[in-house]
Design a protein around this ligand. Structure first.
Ligand SMILES: Nc1ncnc2c1ncn2[C@@H]1O[C@H](COP(=O)(O)OP(=O)(O)OP(=O)(O)O)[C@@H](O)[C@H]1O
Length: 273
């Protein structure tokens, strides 16, 4: 579903080059949930933005749902963001003057979908994220956890095949963050959505099938143990022969030996009980 090879992205900042990604490889199989960990500045947001079709890398290949993004036309990237990818941000990014239900319905309005269908989909999603009673409230009238649940509902309303979340628990206390992650996990599992969740919160990895750890723009060996007890999925970036160079290109998640998606291959879903 997502296949990244030898990805390089450099920003030009104050006359100097900032190498945000230095040869990143990543495979995420259909329906898989991958946690992208790494400290601040490691390159997580940059990688998510490239996969979302928002940033063009200068080297490498990025395939999302069959589309090679590095050679795609702008119109194809716009269509990808509208039809295939849902995005969740740390700061929720809700429109302040719209109510919860209006925010959730916005992606369907942009796609000019039938009003009745839209109302039904919005009501259903608000119910699933437990916010039916808050449908008419604006973001400022809701708690951080409620706002992030609105943002999750909005990201899922078009039933995207891919969900990208950038620090979705970053503004939340740990208990609320865990609840939001649990909800996100349930929703993507029910929908069969492929998800990549960038975070520097190691406990988020407990909700993922696999963990990919970025350090200074490179994929390094798997983040072992995540928060210490929960993570038992197949490790992303598992080493083959110990050669660190392999990590840069190594298939992680459910990618097959040739790097093509093999949904579910060898990846036991990590289900919380
Ligand atoms: N627009 C930009 N212009 C210049 N440099 C940038 C830009 N965006 C990111 N960078 C730099 O690229 C590197 C990777 O940043 P990125 O935001 O991808 O990391 P991150 O792992 O998401 O960090 P955080 O967890 O703090 O969001 C950092 O050194 C950052 O300063």
């Amino acid at each position: 579903m997502i296949s990244v090879r030898d990805l390089h992205k450099t920003y030009r900042h104050g006359g100097a080059d900032v190498h945000a990604l230095r040869g990143v490889g990543l495979d995420v199989g259909a329906g898989q949930v991958v946690a992208l960990t790494g400290r601040s500045g490691a390159g997580k947001s940059t990688l998510l933005n490239v996969v979302a079709g928002l940033l063009r890398p200068e080297q490498g290949s990025v395939e999302v749902d069959g589309l090679e993004l590095t050679t795609a036309r702008d119109a194809e990237l716009v269509a990808l963001r509208r039809d295939t990818v849902g995005v969740i941000y740390q700061e929720f990014a809700l429109l302040p003057l719209l109510t919860a239900e209006e925010n959730v319905g916005l992606p369907m309005r942009i796609r000019r979908q039938d009003t009745r269908k839209r109302d039904e989909a919005v009501a259903e999603l608000l119910d699933r994220v437990g916010l039916t009673a808050h449908a008419r409230q604006r973001p400022e009238e809701m708690s951080g956890g409620q706002q992030q649940r609105v943002a999750i509902a909005r990201a899922l309303v078009n039933r995207p095949r891919v969900l990208l979340a950038d620090e979705p628990t970053g503004q939340l206390d740990s208990e609320t963050g865990a609840q939001v992650m649990e909800l996100l996990r349930q929703l993507v599992e029910q929908e069969g959505t492929t998800a990549v969740v960038a975070t520097h919160d190691p406990s988020v990895a407990d909700f993922a099938d696999a963990v990919v750890h970025l350090d200074d723009g490179r994929v390094v060996s798997p983040a072992v143990g995540a928060s210490g007890d929960g993570y038992r999925g197949t490790h992303a970036g598992e080493q083959t022969d110990g050669d660190p160079a392999d990590d840069l290109q190594h298939d992680v998640g459910a990618g097959g030996p040739d790097g093509r998606d093999q949904p579910g291959a060898g990846v036991p879903r990590h289900r919380r009980t």
